[in-house]
Ligand binder design. Structure first.
Ligand code: GRF
Length: 213
């Protein structure tokens, strides 16, 4: 199968990036990480990319705190397209993307979020889950739409919330599942198995070439 060219956007430590790189390098998924982009100069994700021989590019975000400046977002699109990226995977990327970005990769931008969406979108969600008193939380891989953490759900994994959990212990339990389902979701896309019907994502049989993706 032809490998799906994935561009990863990350702002921090990049453990999800590492899980994707490991699965890709081991040949468990038909994915090649074509480039890693970060808005943060010293993001550890960039070092991980470099160590794996993947181009690692830092592009400063400009003057906004939660978004990229529109001109800079265009640079991100240009770099990703320049590396032949077909799918963009957000992995701890701390900036909201504009519609122009999403339009450049229609239905091809995915994100991982450490809760069972639609519960607890946004930030500090492990603390929110504990404070709310839910007994189960988890991880969600979803397509990115213009709302925050609100696009169609591809895969979810569930973990228990224990009585003595802190945000850190819950985050660590969820992270194990994140590292499992993010590569798995990318493989569904790579194999051309994703059917999107409104908000509903179903996984069809694998195609031999993955080309219906
Ligand atoms: C993960 O918990 C992910 O779900 C969230 O940000 C965190 C990124 O962690 N979007 P890492 O940089 O992949 O280690």
């Amino acid at each position: 199968m032809e490998k799906l060219r994935v561009g990863v956007l990350a702002s921090g430590r990049g453990s999800n990036l590492q899980a994707i790189l490991d699965s890709s390098i081991a040949g468990r998924i038909d994915v090649e990480v074509a480039v890693v982009l970060s808005d943060v100069e010293d993001a550890y994700a960039l070092s991980r990319a470099g160590a794996a021989g993947v181009p690692a590019v830092h592009v400063p975000p400009g003057r906004f705190r939660t978004k990229l400046e529109p001109e800079i977002e265009k640079q991100y699109i240009g770099i990703l397209l320049g590396y032949g990226v077909e799918v963009v995977a957000l992995a701890g990327f701390m900036r909201i993307l504009h519609d122009d970005f999403l339009d450049a990769f229609p239905k091809k931008v995915v994100n991982i979020h450490p809760s069972l969406l639609p519960a607890f979108p946004g930030l500090n969600v492990q603390k929110k889950a504990i404070d709310y008193g839910v007994k189960w939380s988890g991880a969600t891989v979803h397509f990115v739409s213009s709302g925050v953490d609100s696009g169609p759900i591809i895969l979810q994994a569930v973990v228990p919330v224990l009585d003595d959990d802190t945000p850190e212990t819950l985050a660590a339990r969820i992270l194990v599942e994140e590292h499992r389902i993010y590569p798995e979701a990318l493989q569904l896309i790579a194999a051309g198995r994703i059917n999107l019907d409104g908000r509903r994502v179903t996984a069809g049989p694998a195609t031999t070439t993955g080309k219906s993706r």
